[in-house]
Design a protein around this ligand. Sequence first.
Ligand code: ADP
Ligand code: MG
Length: 388
Amino acid sequence: MSRTNLEGESETGTLTETTAGVQSASSRDERARSETVLELDSITRAYDQERAVADFSLSVPEGELVTLLGPSGCGKTTTLRIIAGLERPTSGSVRIDGEVVSDEQTFVSPENRDVGLVFQDFALFPHLSIEENITFGVDDWDRARKKERAEELLELIGLLDHRDKKPDQLSGGQKQRVALARSLAPGPKVLLLDEPFSNLDVSLRTEMREEVRRILKETGVTAISVTHDQEEALSISDRVAIMNEGRLEQVGKPETVFENPQSRFVASFLGRASFLQGRVRGDVVETELGQIEIRKLHGPVSAYEGAEIDVLLRPDDLEAIPTNQATADGEIVHRQYTGPMFVYRVRLNSGTYVRCLHNHSDTFEFDQPVAVSVTADHSLAWYPREED
Ligand code: ADP
Ligand code: MG
């Protein structure tokens, strides 16, 4: 499958909320919004026989926030390091703002790339004030300009009153804001963030996701972040690029990749997927949970007349109804309490496991026989059955 097919949407993305913020000080706002700022063309990075990144292509328009999402070891950090110039690709090219910074002939060093990096551990200088930390990367600017820049950024991150403090007087969330401001100070063309929330308490993460997104959007910087956390990726990004074993599996808006995953890998990586086996017969797919009308499935199912397919079902697509043994589709084998909701795991009579999302008031016991019905009111993704 070609990468362009997988993109599934135009380059311009969904950037409506970029405002003229901190970077309007530069001439950046003169350029068309849809201009491509970062272009990775068939990047491969091999270590011995292993390919950490394999034939990876991605175009990122100005102002977009793209998140690379995938399991540990799939090549996310290596991709970021290649963009930053900390790593040279075995083959392929990197362009920033139309200029080749890496290919077979060219290699521009990290400090000459106009790329900012936000470190996982924030890496603030303990002996410098917040203001001095922020202006560290623009130390060669004249005093007045530096002061002005610091003020803009301190205001942006809501820490004007903390400018003279030292990092250890700040909370984790505040330190992260300072780290972000420091990376933004020189006005990089591309900002890279590797697992930016991994050093924060779980309770702070959700809040900081929104805050980091707000700051990035206000500056209008083009940003690539990396995470293995699907909820984080889906909630902060304009587009999500899902990686598997060094390859790009799919890139698209969060809703698109979640609702219409192009591969089984993407489907199973996002949102606790189950696959229900079925056979296409005329207008329906016959499954152990009864018939599903093919008009409820994405795409050209009819072409698979008579064939076995797997229908993707997530917990919110299914409902379990207590019943007696004789009419049951399966039984409850596990439940996870999340506060407002229960996620029940059901072993179907065939041995297939599915999950059903229920309001916290639906309390079922283990071993409870249940009928399971497909209640999804959106079209369902499906995959031709793979040969075992
Ligand atoms: P991620 O950030 O997605 O967890 P990485 O990009 O760090 O993944 O690593 C991808 C793969 O490349 C892993 O299998 C890792 O072991 C391998 N790798 C990364 N850097 C090196 C290196 N310097 N030498 C050898 N193998 C490496
Ligand atoms: Mg990593």
